[in-house]
Write a protein that binds this ligand. Structure first.
Ligand code: NOJ
Length: 561
């Protein structure tokens, strides 16, 4: 183990033997820094907190850490409102702390991926302040998308466009002009027609690459470039237009000119820096983002949108392996992240993926949004069991898996956050109709006792419920039956699974049981139903719940050799 976990050795090794690059089948652990670990006792997680948990990260057996934004931010959108792309939020540390983190992770064989947010800045960014001060027709306003209003005195927004977080996508400034914000008011969209915007992001990519960052996760990768020629269409017209690469707002072909330039930056490093696109686009267009000429890999969110259902899971896997083939990239798999209800909770609702009224968890635009008050009808145990089965299913697939902090503990969504303590703009902009994403961003429980469950010494910026004690790292560490042990063991075994990127389905004889084989003879079998499934052959090496003799119980995955 030790030698393959050593980064330098692994890099030489890759080069010598021409092994596929790490990211094709890597396990990437997503850290939401403000909720991971708080070393300086201010209630907010920080970089030093992550460094202090480097041994924990190593013990998981992951290949890389992806850090959600840790940059200076007024936190209007959990850090996705970036005020300075080339610095660390002083509440989270310094650039020197960041360098320590890269060292701590690299010395443990763990790569570092950072989040780049190019569609919009924070309204606190120096550029936006300058744009406000400089006034209309200034070069400073060219970096953003300013327009005159309509109606008497221009008092109405330029169009009826709706922001992703609800409400108008335009906001008026003091001198009467309006600016476009596809997300929160505090997130003005950048103008990617403006050369300085393009040049500045190249500088940012180089800045972090020079500091040793191995890769980038690109936020809202499908929305940077826009065709805003007059007359601007209405929202209804926008909605009706085909998404064929020429849509004025989303998934335009010309965004790949930006990524072609970035590709040259990535490839100018040794080893080349990697990138993964967060692109909510039609399936057929995903390969454009995942291709070698563009970002190289793209998220697929199909698993996290599927119910815990054999038919849906099989279709998702099949479709995405085909898409990966078409792009030459590998597929990505995601069950949870900082934007969706944790999968243990989704699967514990009366109808998987549905809220307490039986309605599907609502989607806002293209993103999942919380359903509040799920707890009264949540079956925590069933949800947890299914989540473990789904995770073990995912980790047996070819391609790379992205896991979200806390899912290795089987953590549930926190529904019981009072309105006064909520932070997510989607909650406020929908006037509470959407509960927002705070429930999956509550700071992690490291210990089952003590203030903030070991997160830090001065509370937690989102309230942690009492039941977090049951999911604490201290409780699960070393417990052979815990979810934490399951993840560690699966990640260790996975290293011998990922010898090639192929998968072969095996007829299971049942609609609610999926069975597939990897080229070196491993099989994964998942029983999505309730009826136990007889295991006729193979030696079980790991199971998501205890096997019942030769039977695979419902809601359980087993790997067989
Ligand atoms: C996607 C991010 O994952 C989400 O958290 C954020 O709110 C939006 N992009 C806007 O940046």
């Amino acid at each position: 183990m030790a030698d393959t976990r050593d980064l330098d050795h692994a890099l030489d090794h890759d080069a010598d033997l021409e092994l596929p690059p790490w990211w094709r089948q890597g396990v990437v652990y997503q850290i939401y820094p403000r909720s991971f670990a708080d070393a300086n006792a201010d209630g907010l997680g920080d970089i030093a907190g992550i460094v202090a948990k480097a041994d924990y990260l190593e013990s998981l057996g992951i290949d890389a850490v992806w850090l959600s934004p840790f940059y200076p931010s007024a936190l209007a959108d959990g850090g996705y409102d970036v005020a300075d792309y080339r610095d660390v939020d002083p509440r989270l540390g310094t650039l020197a702390d960041f360098d320590d983190l890269v060292d701590a992770l690299h010395s443990r064989g763990i790569r570092v991926v950072v989040d780049i947010v190019p569609n919009h800045t924070s309204d606190q960014h120096a550029w936006f302040r300058e744009a406000l001060a400089a006034g209309r027709d200034s070069a400073a306003r060219e970096r953003y998308i300013f327009r005159e209003g309509t109606g008497p005195d221009g008092a109405l927004p330029p169009t009826d466009w709706v922001s992703m977080f609800g409400g108008s996508a335009w906001e008026r400034v003091d001198d009467g002009q309006w600016y476009l914000h596809n997300f929160a008011i505090e997130q003005p969209d950048l103008n990617w027609e403006y050369p300085e915007v393009r040049a500045d992001f190249v500088t940012t990519l180089r800045f972090w690459s020079d500091r040793g960052v191995d890769g980038f996760r690109i936020d809202v990768a499908h929305m940077l470039t826009k065709d805003l020629s007059e007359p601007l269409p209405s929202q209804a017209q926008l909605d009706a237009l085909p998404r064929d690469g020429m849509h004025p707002m989303v998934d335009r072909d010309d965004v790949h000119e930006v990524y072609a330039e970035w590709r040259r930056v990535f490839d100018s490093y040794d080893p080349p820096r990697t990138a993964v696109a967060e692109a909510w686009v039609d399936k057929a267009r995903v390969p454009l983002y995942a291709s070698r000429e563009s970002l190289g890999q793209a998220f697929n969110f199909d698993l996290l949108q599927a119910d815990f259902d054999a038919g849906q899971f099989r279709r998702v896997v099949q479709d995405n392996l085909e898409l990966a083939d078409a792009s030459g990239s590998s597929s990505t798999w995601v069950l949870s992240n900082h934007d969706v209800v944790r999968h243990a909770t989704r699967y514990g609702l009366p109808h998987p993926g549905r809220d307490e009224r039986g309605a599907p968890l609502r989607k806002h635009g293209t993103e999942w949004v919380r359903s509040g008050g799920v707890d009264p009808v949540l079956d925590r145990d069933a949800g947890g069991r299914r989540a473990r089965a789904a995770s073990l299913f995912m980790l047996a697939l070819p391609g790379s898996s992205y896991i979200y902090q806390g899912e290795e503990l089987g953590l549930h969504e926190v529904a019981e956050i009072p309105a006064s303590e909520r932070q997510d703009p989607t909650f406020f902009r929908s006037e509470g109709a959407d509960f927002g994403r705070d429930g999956c961003r509550v700071p992690l429980p490291w210990r089952s006792d003590g203030p903030s469950f070991g997160f830090g010494d001065d509370g937690s910026h989102l309230p942690q419920p009492e039941w977090f004690a049951d999911y604490a790292v201290s409780r699960e560490d070393g417990d052979p039956a815990s979810t934490l042990t399951l993840y560690r063991e699966a990640l260790r075994l996975r290293r011998s699974l990922q010898t090639s990127e192929r998968l072969e389905w095996i007829e299971s004889g049942r609609d609610d049981v999926l069975r597939f084989r990897r080229p070196n003879g491993w099989e994964a079998v998942t029983n999505f139903g309730a009826e136990p499934y007889p295991l006729d052959r193979g030696h079980p090496v790991i199971a998501s719940s205890p096997l019942d003799g030769g039977l695979l119980p419902g809601d359980t995955t087993v790997w067989l050799r």
